[in-house]
Design a protein around this ligand. Structure first.
Ligand SMILES: C[S@@+](CC[C@H](N)C(=O)[O-])C[C@H]1O[C@@H](n2cnc3c(N)ncnc32)[C@H](O)[C@@H]1O
Length: 362
């Protein structure tokens, strides 16, 4: 026979307790951060145009381990990130911002985070290349374009050339070997040392000016060179329109009337306007973007006429022996803009171009 208890019904008591498995799982997980430890470190390129993206990324990582930031905490983190991105950027695009984090000791559920700048200059990067990469650093072959232009000006002995940002002498040594009186400017001491050494070993009379091409103290001869060459220099290292303007001013000073300024640069396609993030990441990826308008404006009051604007990849491919193509493992993706945009070949709105300008009469 059933026994009736005088105590409150068991059903009523159970109703006060949560038994829903889904609700309980969530409740259990809310306690997990009290027992969970975590730490980590991220290194990011110093592109302030990605500040909001980065902030979301880190706030998401922290939330994933149960450290959910308040609006004020998000703002404090964002501000710290912004300041460090700007500091790193001012050193060079190769510097990094390092975000490290560590949970507080359980059962505390807070998070300690730190943001630092990891400094790296152009010199540091190339020193590292020299230690870790197999030479020659910039490829075995000189550029076909410079030889076509130089030969078009007459007998080699009559065509002095200045290779600005010569690196380890990929073009300068080949030009000197072909009989063109060639000087070189290189600002990274370790690269200038390799260039000098190779010139000496090959008994080539290449004069190496070590320093920044815009330093008037270098003492570059005025009106002497028929060609100024910058191969992969504007493309990899020019960071502002001010440097483009300084280049045309330098060329105007160094070249005689009729002299050529030849450089390769990444130009955007018509109709594409790079935003801050794209410009910054282009420098991080060594394919610094400029628009045709920026190059044109940089000429300013100097008298230059543009002789050509053509694809470096198409030109060099057409002039290099088939078995030597591509000249380096990275050349095609880099010149085609795929280092910046993960798009199929031919689709990024940018490309490395050979630009040739002639100094006109006053
Ligand atoms: C990508 S490397 C190309 C080297 C060489 N022109 C070649 O094509 O093989 C760019 C070079 O330009 C040099 N450079 C960049 N800015 C410079 C400046 N303002 N003055 C002198 N050299 C510079 C760098 O140090 C580096 O060696």
């Amino acid at each position: 026979m059933a026994h009736k208890s005088s105590s409150p019904p068991a059903v009523g008591k159970k109703a006060l307790r949560e038994t829903n498995a889904g609700v309980l799982r969530q409740a259990l997980l809310r306690r997990l951060p009290q027992r969970l430890r975590g730490s980590g470190e991220f290194s990011i390129p110093p592109a302030a145009g990605l500040l909001d993206h980065y902030t979301q990324l880190f706030i998401g990582v922290f939330a994933a381990i149960g450290r959910v930031f308040t609006a004020a905490e998000v703002e404090e983190f964002r501000l710290g990130l912004k300041q460090n991105l700007e500091q790193a950027w001012a050193i060079s695009p190769y510097s990094k911002v390092v975000v490290s984090y560590q949970t507080n000791t359980p059962p505390q559920t807070g998070l300690l985070w730190r943001i630092n700048v990891l400094r790296s200059t152009v010199e540091d990067e190339y020193d590292h290349w020299l230690k870790t990469r197999t030479p020659p650093l910039f490829g075995k072959h000189p550029d076909a374009k410079i030889f076509e232009l130089a030969r078009g000006l007459g007998a080699p002995a009559e065509v002095p050339i200045l290779d600005l940002g010569a690196g380890t002498g990929r073009n300068a040594l080949a030009l000197a070997r072909a009989g063109f009186p060639t000087d070189a400017v290189e600002m990274v001491p370790s690269l200038a040392a390799v260039l000098r050494e190779e010139a000496e070993q090959a008994d080539l009379p290449v004069r190496v000016f070590e320093g920044d091409m815009f330093d008037a103290g270098l003492g570059l001869p005025v009106g002497h060179y028929r060609i100024l060459l910058l191969a992969e220099v504007v493309a990899s290292h020019f960071r502002s329109e001010a440097e483009l303007r300084a280049l045309f001013a330098l060329a105007s000073q160094l070249l005689p009337v009729g002299g050529l300024l030849v450089f390769s640069a990444f130009l955007t396609s018509d109709g594409y306007k790079p935003d801050d993030a794209a410009r910054e990441m282009s420098q991080v990826q060594w394919c610094n973007l400029f628009t045709r308008r920026q190059v044109q404006d940089a000429i300013g009051a100097h008298a230059f006429e543009r002789l050509s604007d053509e694809s470096v990849q198409a030109y060099e491919k057409a002039h290099l022996a088939a078995e030597d193509w591509p000249p380096t493992g990275w050349f095609e993706a880099w010149t085609g803009g795929q280092d910046l945009f993960d798009l199929p070949a031919g689709r990024p709105p940018m490309e490395l171009r050979w630009l040739v300008y002639r100094k006109a009469g006053a």
